[in-house]
Each structure stands twice: as structure tokens, then as C-alpha cells.
Design a binder for this molecule. Structure first.
Ligand code: A3P
Length: 325
């Protein structure tokens, strides 16, 4: 067995249970001390042993790094910018392999409609490339990713904005009942779901020069979207005309994506919260603000300094840097 499952240290276990309002809400998975819902036990070994296909395209990231934005870019580039087919919600076009575990603590019949996420990936047709999304770190991903070497796109984001975004996401989707500062405490202690984040990011940063790996940063995509699209197209060995690039920039623009029911999780939120559900508050939206530097609206100078110190310590000697403004 590759995976070992234990309880987080009691002090964190209690804190997490009270924050998410669920008893024994997260287990600690090794290798990696990764925190995930206990349902992960049912699929963890299957994911590690999953058969990788050479023409797979994997989209890997820590949550809230702009992975939906990146995955839509990748999918569109590889599918001849078929905007009609792109009307199918992204979770069917690029399923999250561990979804069954992630939704394991949620209540409600709607969960059944999601099926088993590993079965879904395994049964995807072989006559065209499979697009797979995951937030799992390298240690828990299929071993064959390193031998079969399919295309892997990794996206990273500065941890301050990621943490703000993750906080609101956990409130929206996983009923998190904690203050922002409480959430930051567990995030900085590497005890947030899917944590620890630095091992996650650095695991792929170390692979960035492999020809089958594209390492992107959210802030670079924001700074020069055209350049990011061209870089991704080159990596995917696809050629786009200037006109196609412009149309893709438009399709992927924040405002377009926010309104796009295939990408904004609107239908999922209506199933989860009832058909009347409609939110006008941007913090209660899956596609929320889309900015670099939003952390300034939420972090005190002391908290910001803790993030800076933590980032500096973990990135020392790696040559990886993040823009935060
Ligand atoms: P914010 O919460 O800071 O707005 P993920 O898809 O990995 O869950 O990442 C979600 C983050 O990406 C959210 O960040 C979301 O708003 C942002 N995002 C989604 N689409 C975007 C776009 N087209 N342009 C910029 N940011 C986008």
C-alpha cells in the first residue's frame, strides 16, 4: 500500500472539526501529510495506480490558483476553440479525479448525481485525449505520470491571494464557519484542506523543465494574457491565428467567465442550495474578484508579514518568486 492514513494532531483535528462543523472532517494522508476528507481512503490507492494514457492532459494546482481559468484555456486550445462544445460544464469536460473524496463530507442527495470520480476518469473514451483535473500533490498522483509523461500543466498563485480566495471558497462550498484570521492560522500551519501548500507547489516547480510540464503563474497570466496563451499553445503543440488568440482572450476574460454557466458553478450552487439560490455578493461567487493584491483588503500588516516570512522561508534557494501586487 502506498498510502497511510492517520488523524491530524488532536489540536488541529479539533480546530478543523469545529471550523467545518463536521466531526472527523479531515484525515492526514502520507506521504505528504496531506489533509483530505476521510472518503479519500476509498479512492486514494486507485488514483496512485491509475493507468496513464500518453495523450492525457493533466491540469494540476492547489485550489484557488486560477485552475478553472487555466483549464478552460487548455481545453479550448486543444479542442480547436470549439466554444459550442465548451458550453458543457467544465467538470464534465475536465473532471476532478478526487471529487468523490472532496465532496465526501457534504450532505444531500445531489452528491449521488456526481458519480464516482475515479470511475469517470477511467471510463473516458480512448479515441481522444482525456482532460483530467486535480488538486492533489505529486506524492498522491498516479505513479505513471512520471514514466508515461503525458502533458501536465501546473498553475501556482501567490499564497496571500490564494488564501483569501480559498477562505471564501470554503465558506461557499464547504460551509466553513471561521473568521479569516482563524483560517489563515490553519493555512500557515499547513493544516488547511489539501495542505501543505509549499510541498505541493515545489513538487511541480522541480519538474518545470521537463518537456511534458508547463509551470504557469496566475500573476503572469493576469499581466500578459496573450503571452500566456501563446506559451500554452506552443507547449500543447497547437497553432493559433491572431484572430483565434483574440477570441480566446475574450472567452477567458473575467467578466465573460463570471457570466458563463459552464464555468461559474451556478448550476451546482443551485443544486446544493436550492433552485432559488442567487447571490449578489461577489464573495459568494465561485468566480469572485480575479485580482492580484486583493489580500490587502483582508490582511492586517502583522498577518501580511507572517505570510511574507513563511513564503521567504519556504522559497529560499528555489528561485521561485511570486508577485503579490
Ligand atoms: P479570486 O477568489 O481571488 O477572485 P480556481 O479556479 O483554481 O478555484 O481559482 C479561482 C480563482 O481564479 C478566483 O480568484 C477566481 O475569481 C479566479 N478566476 C477565475 N476566472 C478568472 C479569470 N477569467 N480571470 C482572472 N481570474 C479568474
Amino acid at each position: 500500500m502506498h498510502i497511510k492514513i492517520s488523524r491530524p494532531e488532536p489540536v488541529f483535528a479539533e480546530k478543523l472539526d469545529s471550523m467545518f462543523g463536521v466531526k472527523d472532517c479531515l484525515v492526514e494522508i502520507s506521504p505528504g501529510k496531506v489533509l483530505l476528507p476521510p472518503k479519500y481512503e476509498d479512492i486514494g490507492e486507485r488514483i496512485v495506480n491509475l493507468e496513464i494514457r500518453p495523450d492525457d492532459v493533466w491540469m494540476v494546482s492547489f485550489p484557488r490558483t486560477g485552475s478553472t481559468w487555466t483549464q478552460e484555456m487548455i481545453w479550448c486550445i486543444c479542442n480547436n476553440l470549439d466554444y459550442e462544445a465548451a458550453q458543457t460544464p467544465f467538470m464534465f469536460r475536465t473532471p476532478l479525479i478526487e471529487l468523490t473524496a472532496v465532496m465526501g463530507n457534504e450532505e444531500g442527495k445531489w452528491k449521488e448525481s456526481l458519480g464516482n470520480s475515479v470511475d469517470i476518469i477511467e471510463s473516458m473514451p480512448r479515441d481522444k485525449p482525456r482532460f483530467v483535473k486535480t488538486h492533489l500533490p505529486l506524492e498522491l498522483l498516479p505513479k505513471q505520470l512520471l514514466t508515461v509523461k503525458p502533458k501536465i500543466v501546473y498553475v501556482a498563485r501567490n499564497p496571500k491571494d490564494m488564501c483569501v480566495s480559498y477562505y471564501y471558497y470554503c465558506k461557499l462550498i464547504h460551509n466553513l464557519g471561521a473568521t479569516f484570521d482563524e483560517f489563515c492560522d490553519i493555512f500557515l500551519a499547513n493544516k488547511a484542506p489539501y495542505g501543505p501548500i509549499w510541498d505541493h507547489i515545489l513538487g511541480f516547480w522541480k519538474l518545470r523543465n521537463e518537456p511534458n510540464v508547463l509551470f504557469l503563474k496566475y500573476e503572469d497570466m493576469k499581466k500578459d494574457h496573450r503571452k500566456a496563451i501563446i506559451k500554452a499553445a506552443n507547449f500543447l503543440k497547437e497553432t493559433l491565428t491572431e484572430e483565434q488568440i483574440s477570441s480566446l482572450i475574450e472567452h477567458l476574460s473575467f467578466n465573460k467567465m463570471k457570466e458563463n454557466p459552464a464555468l461559474n458553478l451556478e448550476s451546482f450552487l443551485k443544486i446544493k442550495n436550492g433552485p432559488e439560490y442567487e447571490s449578489k455578493d461577489e464573495n459568494q461567487m465561485f468566480i469572485r474578484k480575479g485580482q492580484v493584491g486583493d489580500w490587502k483588503n483582508y490582511m492586517s500588516p502583522e498577518l501580511s508579514e507572517r505570510f511574507d516570512k513563511w513564503t521567504e522561508e519556504n522559497l529560499k534557494g528555489t528561485e521561485l518568486t511570486f508577485d503579490t501586487v
